[in-house]
Design a protein around this ligand. Structure first.
Ligand code: PZK
Length: 302
């Protein structure tokens, strides 16, 4: 049975939605975010789970919330099973450290992306128009170039499985109002600056990242969702950074390399789902998630 089915069977727990790799439930007026061990690559959710991925990424979000507490309030209520509603306290997904109980917020429907380096959809727009989300950039930049200063490149949220649509600041202001657009832009860039510095001290480049914000009833803007995980961010090993080509992904590279190698027998342009991953790729990918957690937090993953 999937996480959704198991938890939804618990009295007082209502399934609200599914992301590619996460589940969202309502519990006594709060929200429960459950991170699965599912992994996505090339816009597919792979059929082979990565053991402990959900716990590692949840624990990493918690650590980042602590590092950022003086920059922005967050939506975390607790991860302590003893604080969960009694019917959930001994549930495997709560006890396994992959779940966060969070404040229910009024979400701001903008994906708040900060980019310190040019790659992905930002690079594609730059190559076409010399801009990124309407922000003019200097000539001569290549894949992986560091930008003179980090930029806010918002996107309109897409349905699960679709790509978000990059929008400029004027469109963002149209959608959420000029004052709130300025507030989420400033928060996004302030959080990125702090996180980029922390990661760089640990030999990891935070190339870009995506935040979601919500508001409390009193209007306070609060950092929501997961934060600064390999699923919401691009992390590159600093000692391998070389502008001019696609940088190795800290967590997904083994999977990408195997899936695009003759060994997989898969054609990523075929429209067919990828094959199951071999044990070695699963184990090495898990090890990369553990390594990212331990390098960033300085704590052993348990
Ligand atoms: N975080 C948060 C949050 C909050 N604190 N209050 C209200 N809504 C949300 C909320 C709504 N959608 N999502 C994304 C999402 C979708 C599917 C599965 C997931 F785990 C996550 C987050």
């Amino acid at each position: 049975m999937s996480d959704t089915e198991i938890l939804a069977g618990v009295p007082g727990v209502r399934h609200l939605g599914s992301g590619k790799v996460r589940e969202l439930f309502e519990v006594d007026g709060n929200l429960l975010l459950v991170a699965s061990d599912r992994m996505s690559a090339y816009d597919y959710v792979l059929e082979t789970p990565i053991p402990d991925k959900g716990k590692i990424l949840t624990q990493l979000s918690l650590w980042w919330f602590e590092q950022l507490a003086d920059v922005v309030p967050n939506h975390l209520v607790t991860t302590d099973p003893a604080m969960f509603p009694v019917e959930l306290r001994d549930h495997k997904d709560v006890l396994s450290g992959r779940s966060m109980l969070c404040e229910r917020l009024s979400m701001i429907e903008i994906e708040c992306v900060a980019r310190g380096y040019l790659t992905g959809s930002g690079l594609a727009e730059y190559q076409e128009r010399g801009t990124a989300c309407g922000v003019p950039l200097p000539a001569g930049l290549v894949d992986g170039s560091r930008l003179d200063y980090p930029i806010f490149t918002p996107a309109a949220k897409a349905a699960v499985g679709e790509h978000d649509e990059n929008i400029d600041f004027a469109e963002t202001s149209e959608r959420v109002g000029a004052d709130l657009a300025a507030e989420i832009r400033d928060l996004t860039l302030a959080i990125y600056d702090r996180a980029h510095r922390i990661a760089a001290e640990r030999g990891i480049i935070l190339a870009d990242t995506k935040f979601e914000f919500g508001r409390r009833a009193d209007g306070t803007v609060v950092l929501a969702d997961e934060v600064l995980t390999p699923d919401s961010s691009r992390f590159w090993p600093a000692d391998q950074w070389e502008p001019g080509h696609a940088q190795p992904s800290y967590d997904k590279q083994y999977v990408r390399d195997w899936l695009t190698s003759p060994a997989s027998g898969w054609d990523r342009h075929s429209g067919e789902a990828p094959p199951p991953l071999p044990d070695e790729v699963i184990e090495r990918t898990r090890a990369r998630y553990v390594e990212a957690y331990e390098r960033l937090t300085g704590e052993a993953f348990r």
